[in-house]
Design a protein around this ligand. Structure first.
Ligand code: NDP
Ligand code: 2IT
Length: 450
């Protein structure tokens, strides 16, 4: 990835940094995209007319709100809620909600900004948005989670709608939370408006394969990327960070396609199981008991190593799929992975590799799939959920999975071809940024200065 950007773009970036002080994740995400646009602006200068890039980097609307709720001890708790409605040129704002203590406006804006491009790459009618709260779900009871979700939705409901803004899950927001959020929305509006939120349970309007979609999609992308070099996943030693929704279904699909996944993690540490990760056990610990990954080693005994803190990327592997959080894979990690023979990396999480790590991986000719393309399967299947809700249909697992795999192959091919077209063969970062940019800005240009 080249961060050498032309003068016009540098000026825009400087202004964005000045107007959004301290928002380091947001600056990082914008820098990466603007860093890819030089060739487009040189070839088609009209794409910088009418402050289109500045408009693209300024959210249409940002909502920040108070979330009061009462914990099990009767104490009043206050959290902060966010919804950034970034761009609606292609459709209603669409993007997840993150509940994690680290959440702040910079993180929500970086995620919302990335989402615009990701959603454009799916070629579906969805704009970009993101939201969440600094609420920490860890060790909260079921009833506390429910009360929090209800309070969160008591403000959010007035800003969303199936044609306006359609949230979904992200870190800390899974099927349980989506159920409580949808329940409160339904109660407040007195409408059964299924398409207002995605990631719902199957009995009340969810789509089959949505739970699996991000992880499966990321593996489909990776497989297609490997096939451009006549390689496959067969027998490959793989590492997946995290052990949440994206990680679990990434491990499942990698294993199904012949790879051997030997490690995964949570925010406390990582496990190494040379026999291959026992996914049923991970699911029991993480999905059912909502426990810690260290319990995997406790249950398996001596054959499994648990390493507290430390970096999962120290383990030699050929395939790496960071699927936990932003900036979890640093330049030091990239160096180690390259030294140990990494051949491909697919970002399951949003922006998990630092800019320097991406640069090193690309220089070393590691196949690199950026998150905004590789993890688009989740939001694409959310759009399939919206389609089913609108037509009051419910498709089979096979139907949704076939559609998902086709969408991922199309995204891959679009990124690949765009990179070639702009003289950057194999650069999926530029391919994704340019292809996404062209689709959004073609729509924005047609809609006038709004
Ligand atoms: P989950 O909450 O299901 O799982 C998150 C996992 O990442 C957990 O193992 C968690 O560990 C770990 N993690 C979270 N925050 C940190 C942190 N600050 N440091 C270290 N580890 C951390 O979330 P998802 O699997 O849904 O999301 C994972 C990533 O994928 C995120 O970047 C998300 O934005 C992205 N993504 C998600 C999509 C989806 O559909 N869900 C779609 C596209 C991208 P612990 O339990 O210890 O917190
Ligand atoms: O980052 C993401 O794409 C998501 N968390 C999923 C968003 C969605 O609307 O399904």
């Amino acid at each position: 990835m080249s961060y050498e950007i032309n003068q016009k773009l540098t000026k825009i970036l400087d202004q964005i940094i000045e107007r959004n002080p301290g928002e380091k994740e947001f600056h990082q995400a914008v820098h990466e995209v603007l860093g890819s646009l030089g060739p487009v602006i040189s070839k088609h200068p009209e794409y910088a007319d009418d402050a289109i890039i500045e408009r693209l980097c300024e959210p249409e609307r940002q909502i920040v709100f108070r979330i009061p709720w009462i914990d099990d001890k009767g104490t009043v708790q206050i959290n902060r809620g966010f919804r950034v409605q970034f761009n609606s040129a292609l459709g209603p704002y669409k993007g997840g909600l993150r509940f994690h203590p680290s959440v702040n406006i910079s993180i929500i804006k970086f995620l919302g900004f990335e989402q615009i491009f990701k959603n454009a790459l799916t070629e579906m009618a969805i704009g970009g948005g993101k939201g969440g709260s600094d609420f920490n779900p860890r060790d909260r009871s079921e009833k506390e989670i429910m009360r929090f979700c209800q309070s969160f939705m008591s403000e959010l409901y007035r800003h969303i709608g199936e044609n306006t803004d359609v949230p979904a899950g992200d870190i800390g927001v899974g099927g349980r939370e989506i159920g409580y959020l949808f329940g409160q929305y339904k109660r407040l509006t007195n409408r059964y408006e299924s398409g207002v939120i995605t990631g719902k349970g199957i009995p009340y309007g969810g789509s089959r394969s949505r739970i699996e979609a991000t992880g499966y999609g990321a593996v489909y992308f990776l497989e297609r990327m490997l096939s451009t070099k006549n390689q496959s996943l067969e027998q490959r030693r793989a590492i997946v960070s995290g052990s949440g929704n994206v990680a679990i279904y990434t491990i499942q699909k990698l294993t199904a396609l012949g790879a051997k996944v030997i490690a995964c993690s949570d925010s406390n540490g990582y496990i190494i199981d040379e026999a291959g990760i026992d996914l049923n056990l991970v699911q029991e610990i993480k999905e059912k008991e909502r426990g810690r990954i260290s319990q995997y080693a406790d249950k398996k005994g001596n054959s499994v190593k648990y390493i507290q803190n430390g970096s999962i990327w120290d383990i030699p592997c050929e395939i790496a799929m960071p699927s936990a959080t932003q900036n979890e894979l640093t330049n030091k990690d990239a160096r180690t992975l390259i030294k140990n023979g990494l051949i491909a990396l697919g970002e399951g999480a949003n922006m998990p590799c630092t800019p320097k790590a991406v640069e090193l991986l690309q220089e070393a000719n590691v196949l690199f799939a950026p998150g905004k393309a590789a993890n688009a399967g989740g939001v694409a299947t959310s759009a399939l959920e919206m389609q089913q809700n609108a037509s009051r249909e419910s498709w089979t697992f096979e139907e949704t999975e076939i559609r998902l795999s086709k969408i991922m192959h199309n995204i891959h091919d679009r990124c690949y071809e765009t990179a070639e077209q702009y003289g950057l063969p194999g650069n999926y970062v530029s391919g994704a940024n340019i292809a996404g940019f062209l689709r959004i800005t073609d729509a924005m240009r047609a809609l006038g200065i709004i």
